[in-house]
Each structure stands twice: as C-alpha cells, then as structure tokens.
Design a protein around this ligand. Sequence first.
Ligand SMILES: Nc1ncnc2c1ncn2[C@@H]1O[C@H](COP(=O)(O)OP(=O)(O)O)[C@@H](O)[C@H]1O
Ligand SMILES: [Mg+2]
Length: 351
Amino acid sequence: MATIALRHVTKRYHHTPSVDDISLDIAQGELVAFVGPSGCGKTTTLRMIAGLTDVTSGSILFDGRDVSDLPTYRRNTGIVFQGYALFPHMTVAENVAFGLQMRRVRGTAMAERVNDALAMVRLEDYAHRLPREMSGGQQQRVALARAIAIKPDALLLDEPLSALDAKLRQEVRDEIRRLQRSLGLTTVFVTHDQEEAVSIADRIVVMNAGKIEQVGSPQEVYEKPATRFVAQFIGLSNFLSGEVEAPGRFRIRGGGLLTYGDGKVNGGRQDLIVRPEKIELGAKPDQGLNHLEGVIDSVTYLGPLTEVRVRLASGEKLVAHRQNRRLGELETFQPGQPTTIAWAPEAGFVL
Ligand SMILES: Nc1ncnc2c1ncn2[C@@H]1O[C@H](COP(=O)(O)OP(=O)(O)O)[C@@H](O)[C@H]1O
Ligand SMILES: [Mg+2]
C-alpha cells in the first residue's frame, strides 16, 4: 500500500480549471472521501490519480515517487466505477481474473488469487455465474473483488454505490469499509452524497468549483465547517442574520442577544449558524442557553425524527429536528402555535 500526495494539481479543459491547484496528503491505509456537488471536479481528480487523465500542472506522488507521467497500467491502482463495468460475456471468475492476466499472473497462482478475492467479498460460490445472473449489489462486489485481486497500491472508487438502492447501498458501503480496514487499503472514495462520505471516511475532502473547501474528519467537517459552503453542503444548517457585537456575543436582526462558542470575533454583519438537531423546542428559559420565541410554521414527520419549522419575530425561519422517542408527542406541536427554541452557546458558531 502506498501514500498518495497531490501537489498543486490542476486540470484545465476550458478556460476555468476543472481542478484548481489542489494539494493533499493521503496516509497509508487511510480512506479519504472526496465530496461535493456534481461538476466540482471529483471524478477528474480521481482520474488523474489513476492516470486516466493527465494533469495540466502539478504532480501526483505515490510513496513519494512522482507518478504524474506514468500510464495507468504502471500505477497499480484498483478502480471501481458507478456502473459495474463488468464484462457481460465473462463469468464472475473471468472478470476478476482480467486484471491478473494483464499482469501475467497464470495457472494455479491466478486461480488462488481469484478465489481469495471472491472470498473477501463473500462471493466464492458465484465464480461461474454471469454478471446478469447477479443483483446490482453482488455485481458491485465483483467489481470490488476485481479491483483488489491485483493487490493495488491504492483503491480508487468513483460513486461506487450510486447505482444501488438504499438498502444495498448501505450493505456494499459496509463491505467496502470492512475490506478496506482489514487489508489496510489506501482508498480514495468519490461521492456527491454527503451522508455517504460522513459515514465511510476517515477524512473528508469537501470540493467546490475545482477547489478544496475543507479537509477534516467527518466530525470536524460537520461540527466545525470552515466555510459557508461546507455548512450548507454537509448536513443542514440554520443561518440567523445579525451582527457580532463582541467576541462571543451576537445581536440578531430584530433585537435578541445570543452567545456563541466558536468562530469569528471581528464585528459587523454576520450569520450565526446552528444545526437543527442542536435546537430544543418548548424549553423554559434557562440562563445557560440561547433562547428565542417564535411561532410554529410547519411540522413534518420523517420517521425517526420530526422536522419543525419555527418563524421568528424577524420573519426568519429556523429548522429544528426532534427525535421521535415517544409516540404521541408529535401532537404537542401544531402550526400556528407559539413556541420557544433554545440551544447551548457552544452549538452555534459564526464564520
Ligand atoms: N473530458 C472532459 N472534457 C471537457 N470537460 C470535462 C471533461 N471531463 C470533465 N470536464 C469538466 O470538468 C468539470 C468537473 O467534472 P467532473 O470531474 O466530472 O465533476 P464531478 O465528478 O465532481 O461531478 C465539469 O465542469 C466537467 O464538465
Ligand atoms: Mg463524477
């Protein structure tokens, strides 16, 4: 397994770069998820790491060695794409063997490697099936077996779960995570789905318009977003407009004074950001908490939780999420009713 380093990597197809001067170090055995909206440059980045696309400038290093000019077949990466990309006329075993044949592995050595790889994705009994005789999730596990059979220096996955339905997506995600951990595979996982990125990655790279917005653990990126874009893209955020009066003191539009834990201290027009699950509804005023009054605007039942929109005196709306712990609690919230909202100062921040 290898470390991967990106040094000022840029890709330019048009006037504006698709990938714009990104640098990153990926540790051996680490799973890094690139996440961002469609068109932000995730696939282009992955393809440059794989050697399927040339860099316009900058360099890519595997274990400190510059591979920027090496063709794909000399980089030894295992690649899995969204569509299973299995050869339809070949059996599962032949599909898995394909990369090995290219690397001149033959005979019993090859049979063993194929069998081992299929065992790793728990499909050893399916070796003689054709791809069309298998479910989408199984096909994607075959693609995974094919990628790891070559003992790659890095595993590169581009939206590997996007073609699967929700239940299978979770299953294959867990399978990827289990394999990646047990084999210690250095892995780049590309997805547009922030929940997927948060649930699978050691570290998340949030991309926007060809640039890196933030790199951090899932918890860092969620709890301490570095930019407004990240706060909006990873999970849901409420933005309350107002002004920073002094470090930690925030005056909202319409009057009330709030306190916050983290972030910017210079004054001026700002937004205070707070996540929906941090907001408590109907709480009595408590000295330690931020406290506002409002009117319930809408109530949406979402299964495990209920989303309540509250309109403040200023006209701004905040979203609060409540866990549905007990049956019947929902009826206590009705649109049009006055309510209070509260949250701990450290749950809010200003960028
Ligand atoms: N082969 C190509 N030729 C021209 N433009 C491309 C090519 N591949 C990607 N792009 C452009 O580069 C940008 C980033 O694309 P891509 O990396 O596929 O984004 P993502 O995977 O994040 O959705 C887009 O604007 C896309 O249109
Ligand atoms: Mg893509």
